[in-house]
Design a protein around this ligand. Structure first.
Ligand SMILES: [Zn+2]
Length: 174
């Protein structure tokens, strides 16, 4: 589901980080999806997690892409593989939103690939720049989406940015 593409792009970054860096299990994935907009706690199996992790590996490459052309090529590959023709839906009493997954027969992994790729593609086209990055803090490295206006960010969060500024200041004083 795409409500605001930036929210869906943030969810893509959060789930990619959880699967790649935190070894998230089925319960953790379900909780994360619920926290990022699924109306109820979804039922996620261990097989779902294995398939989701393979998609997270592909999305990791998008967040790590060195330039916008590389990111666009990777996203086009994901869209070709996973996306269906876009359609508007208001299922289950939800507000109107855009779907690009294959519908009820799609697995969680296929849904995650299609929705994440479409949202990151919209962010890329809006910014005309890479849709995300990996946190420049050497102790973090988490993926993040380039949501919000302004210059490209280097850090996943204000917390990582200020920690690195303090560290750079200390290094400069020595
Ligand atoms: Zn960080």
């Amino acid at each position: 589901m795409i409500n605001r593409p930036s929210d869906t792009a943030d969810r893509a970054a959060a789930l990619t980080g959880a699967l790649r860096l935190d070894g998230a299990d089925a319960a953790a994935v379900a909780a994360l999806l619920h926290a990022h907009g699924e109306p109820t706690l979804p039922r996620i199996t261990d097989d779902d997690v294995t398939a989701l992790r393979a998609v997270a590996d592909r999305l990791w490459d998008v967040f790590a892409a060195p330039d916008v052309g590389t990111a666009a090529g990777l996203l086009n590959g994901l869209l070709t593989e996973y996306a269906a023709p876009p359609r508007l839906s208001a299922h289950d009493g939800t507000a109107w939103h855009l779907h690009a997954d294959r519908g009820d027969e799609a697995s969680w992994a296929e849904w995650f690939a299609a929705t994440s790729a479409l949202a990151l593609a919209v962010v890329l086209a809006e910014r005309k720049s890479v849709p995300g990055g990996l946190c420049a803090s050497p102790t973090c490295g988490r993926p993040f989406a380039m949501t919000g206006r302004g210059a490209p960010r280097r850090y996943c969060s204000a917390r990582c940015g200020s920690r690195e500024r303090v560290a750079a200041h200390r290094r400069a004083q020595k």
